[in-house]
Design a protein around this ligand. Sequence first.
Ligand code: HEM
Length: 452
Amino acid sequence: MTTARPIFFFYRGPTPVVVINKAEIAWDLLQKRGDIYSSRPRLVFAHEIVSGGMRGLTMPYGKQWRTWRKIQNTGMSGKASLGYCEHQALESTLLLRGLLHDPKRYSYHLSLFATSVVLSIAYGRRTPDLDDPIFTRNAQCGIDFQRANMPGNPVDKYPALLNLPRFLQWFRRDGDKAYARAESLFTELLADVKNRVEAGTAKECMATRGLRDQQSLGFSDLELAFALNAPFGAGIDTTSAALEIALCAMLHSPGSVRKAQEELDRVVGRERLPTFDDERSLPYLEAFIAEVYRWHPVAPLAVPHSVTTDDMYEGNLIPKGATVIGNLYTILKDPDMFPEPEVFRPERFMETQDPRIADLPFGFGRRHCPGMHVAKQSVYIAVARILWAFDVEPVKDEGGKPVLPDMKEMKVLGLTRKPAPFEFHLRPRFPEASSIIEKEAAEAERLLKAWE
Ligand code: HEM
């Protein structure tokens, strides 16, 4: 394996681009100098047209972003996220039941789990399936946004095209339609919460808090509707992709699975499902999950940052306006930090002491993922329970050789990616596992009814 240069520069059109391939440099610039490295590159089509300037992910650093981020941080801080554990645990039992009955549709079950969790956090409701058109509409908005982020729209190369009379701006037609789809969905979702608040049936969630604080936040109705959609927009594909990668890791590394299952048997036993209270007593499982995030990062280029003033780094000028990419793919495969980086080896996270390393897959500095705690909780409870309940085994080819998921065949979804569809066998590890899942799932369904 050739080692990537620690940092390099190139020009994309007139814009200087800096690519960082070492964690230390990313921390030096994107974290320690976060006051100037926390903006986003100007994306005329994706941000200004398709998002009406209101999607936080692509918003430049400034007052509007800080207000947007305050909404995310209040709703998904470490402390706030602890309040969602109970809900995530209940949803995860339904995930187990889905996998038990119908493992071939693993992708659907994982997506349903991730969707229901973020729907409850953002809008105070859950869903028993993905049949409601809001999910296809939301997915379409995600695809619109991802497509818009691909380079190629002429207005990103020549922003002066925005000076043309609007009826001559041919490049914005698809973008305007995409914006209209987002605006109507996001306002509808918020209007639904408003109605439930008026009827006295709303559950406390980010939207009820946002509505209460709207005046002090100084956000318009539309800005608020876009801000409150962020978990629903950014929390589904990311979480379900991480869980698909976890399943792949189970297939690729049966030795690690055995160790995690021995730990679960020792700490939890076989008479109940693992819970959040067990987390601290399961260090091998914690390392297993950290290795899942590292082995095949969900967001390999994170999200590009942009620097707002000229800066010097080790004698090199990083000019104002440069795009700065913390290249998670190479950082998380850096052989100096992670020897034999292609190998799935949870033990490396039991040896390391720097707590920043486990958070690397969630990005950098002030722009780091605000959904990190929610995501970590979802992934922990789902992976702990899948490993506790099931043996996940590869299918065999005609010659009896195991067929493993091809990790080079990842499906790219804009800034994120997930494994191509793969096959596996899933069997309860012991006879009581199925009956415990059925019993817990029936109880979870009963308790969650109030959220539908
Ligand atoms: C395994 C799951 C996840 C991973 C690996 C992940 C990773 C990331 C990364 C790398 C970034 C870019 C950080 C940067 O610019 O330096 C990001 C941003 C973001 N993530 Fe996540 N994420 C995950 C789940 C979630 C969830 C569950 C939510 C919400 C519920 C979420 C919401 C966001 C938002 C809103 C941003 C934009 C932040 C900003 O621009 O200020 N993510 N995420």
